[in-house]
Write a protein that binds this ligand. Structure first.
Ligand SMILES: [Zn+2]
Ligand SMILES: [Zn+2]
Length: 190
């Protein structure tokens, strides 16, 4: 069965070199739907608690929220950094608190201090699905991702192999020692 959750991200981007309006900087509310597939955990009668899916995803995806997303070869990137530098906000600011952990994958690098994500490919809805899957595939049994931004939407299904050991008391993934990081349940003491 599946547990399904959505979260939304406010971001600015542009399609550098694209022949259309999207070559100009603009913003969106993007809606990401994450579908997680596994057995139903009998202890809690859920595949995975939706608020926990959201939490795991938000930990890294927070970097895309109220962020500027630019392709690595976009000349706006050095221009923006120069302005942020001049303003003294490139390396962070006391009011820039909604930061996720910095990440770097083959497809994207997050710079939380300057609320920038630099991507290898143009950040279309399709591009975002590739980036998100790469960031979350080892943390959640993702069977489908859908990303909608304005009139644009893309989705991709993924093969899920295996099952994740989850806590029978609160439903979240057990750590490598078989202990629940939330409630302390241990599968060695059952
Ligand atoms: Zn756009
Ligand atoms: Zn637990």
């Amino acid at each position: 069965m599946k547990s399904i959750t959505t979260l939304d991200l406010q971001y600015a981007h542009r399609f550098y070199g694209f022949k259309g309006e999207a070559q100009y900087l603009h913003g969106h509310t993007g809606i990401l739907t994450i579908e997680v597939e596994d057995s139903v955990n009998p202890g809690v009668n859920m595949v995975f608690p939706c608020n926990e899916i959201k939490k795991v995803a938000w930990d890294v995806l927070r970097n895309f929220d109220h962020a500027l997303i630019l392709r690595e070869d976009d000349p706006l990137l050095p221009a923006i950094l120069e302005v942020y530098d001049r303003q003294g906000i490139r390396k962070g600011h006391p009011q820039n608190t909604m930061k996720g952990a910095a990440f770097k994958t083959d497809l994207a690098t997050a710079y939380p201090d300057s609320r920038l994500v630099v991507t290898k490919e143009t950040m279309t809805v399709e591009g975002m699905i590739k980036i998100v899957y790469d960031l979350l595939k080892d943390k959640l049994n993702i069977s489908k991702l859908t990303f909608t931004s304005g009139a644009n939407s893309a989705s991709q299904e993924f093969d899920v192999c295996g099952t994740i050991d989850r806590c029978p008391l609160c439903g979240i993934a057990l750590n490598e020692k078989g202990v629940c990081p939330k409630c302390g349940y241990s599968n060695s003491r059952k």
